[in-house]
Design a protein around this ligand. Sequence first.
Ligand code: HSE
Length: 310
Amino acid sequence: MVPCVVVAAPATIANLGPGFDVFGLALSEPVDVVEARVSKSGMKISSITGVSAASLPRDPKLNTVCIAAARVMEIIGCRGGLEFEIRKGIKPGGGMGSSGAGAAAGAVIANELFNGGLPKSKLIEAAAVAEGRVAGSIHYDNVTPAIAGGFTIVTSIEPFEYVALDLPKMKIAVAKPAIEVPTREARKILPKEVPLRDAVANVGRATAMVAALGRGDLKLLGRCMVDAIAEPVRAPLVPGFSEVRRAAIDAGALGAAMAGSGPAVFAIVEPRGDAKKIAAVMREAFEGAGLKCETIITSPGDGVRVVERR
Ligand code: HSE
């Protein structure tokens, strides 16, 4: 029988306020499911189904699943091929790490099917290269939690290093407006230099968030989830952003921020908090700004999981 593996790769939230390009969080839902079987040579995508499937490239040279898998095969010196079936649960361009999830899935699949034995850090590097082709620049904050799970901190790029932390229990409400903000575009408008006071404010809040995780202090975590660097310049790309954030906090969220480069906005909610109500006010605020919006309630989750091996 041809070796085959099915993996589930999680949506992720990058930045989480002040941790631009550094903090990332894996979610339990939504996920992309990718099935792959070994072939004689080359890469082939036999189907892409699910959310916005038609918008995704089926050319293996342009799809993050195949680019990451090819990179892992190159590292382990393997010559076989792979054929993929991709079932998208994560909307591309939505701010929830869609391309990173694909890249993470591809890297883990190649390592599994060809017995690569690579550590997670090497798989993350391979996935980051793949995502960089699509996003226009390499950033590790989606692919790191997509592979390692939980809350991750990218501590160094060269050499690549990260830290993964456990999280206290919490709910996460996400409002997904019906617009796309490609990361490539959202990065073009970032400032080249940052005022010292903004850098200082971000360092203070980011370090306090890490302390809050250690103590299980969700209130401190949420209060510090405020970015002075990227979010203010990106807010105009997401109509209603400030109102959505405000509405979430007024309805009892502990903190709210743009998910990655947007347009999704997420809010953290106490385990017993009314996440449905918070999601509803976020949706209403987006609708008030003239945008249709879907919401989900999710929670922190694992990295890529192998769900089946045949
Ligand atoms: N840190 C990246 C950015 C994440 O904000 O551009 C994109 O999801």
